[in-house]
Design a protein. Structure first.
Length: 227
């Protein structure tokens, strides 16, 4: 009897603790096999979960650094972008992708939408991002009319990824993939995020595509941003 009591006292709390920690873990994106097998991975380092005017939201992404993240401007600013009318209420943010002394500015504008029941859902997000790099402008647009990415003069279709590590799926996308004649890559949008890019891309295309993907990594619903 003493042994059973000891087992219950020591082992059971550990098991409950393990279940609790597992339940609180954020699901990570599982990359599609065709992308995982043909891509280089840009891993994220030193990224905070916090966001807002008084938070340094920069982080390292492979051999790049995301710096100068600014969430202070709105639709009243001249920097707002996207396929919206001037009367549409939007929120936005800007950032810089840096590497080897070179900096590529990026900016995104999104239409404010209700989060609805159950909180934030990517299905309610309308967002446009643009980056001006050496390989030409990269433009990513997600609206009710569809999702697309253009890097230079090459168009790509953007589709959600709902798969999670360990098997299974979830209703809210864990990331997005971009495909032309063949896959360009994918981006994980759950924290901390990660990017997959087709191996062998030229530096200019690689940088422009990464910059556009960073826009999706940085997006947060207005209610999640500390003023």
């Amino acid at each position: 009897m003493t042994s059973l009591r000891t087992f219950g006292t020591v082992v059971l709390p550990l098991l409950l603790s393990s279940v609790s920690l597992t339940g609180c873990a954020t699901p990570r994106m599982a990359p599609p096999a065709d992308i995982a097998g043909a891509s280089e991975i840009l891993s994220v380092r030193d990224r905070s979960r916090a966001s807002g005017s008084f938070v340094n939201e920069g982080f390292k992404l492979g051999n790049y650094e995301v710096v100068d993240v600014d969430r202070k401007w709105t639709s009243t600013d001249s920097t707002a972008i996207g396929p919206w009318s001037k009367e549409t209420k939007t929120t936005g943010f800007s950032y810089v992708l840096a590497s080897g002394g070179k900096k590529v500015p990026g900016k995104c504008s999104s239409v404010s939408a209700s989060q609805g029941f159950g909180g934030f859902n990517w299905g309610n997000v309308k967002i446009a991002c643009a980056c001006d790099g050496e390989g030409g402008k990269a433009e990513l647009v997600m609206t009710d009319g569809g999702r697309s990415l253009k890097v230079g003069d090459k168009p790509y279709k953007v589709e959600p990824i709902n798969a999670v590590e360990g098997g299974g799926t979830q209703s809210n996308p864990t990331g997005f993939r971009a495909d032309g004649d063949e896959p360009l890559g994918a981006v994980e949008v759950v924290h901390p995020g990660q990017v997959w890019l087709k191996k062998g891309l030229d530096d200019a295309t690689r940088t422009s595509a990464t910059c556009a993907f960073v826009g999706l990594m940085l997006y947060k619903a207005p209610s999640e941003v500390t003023k």
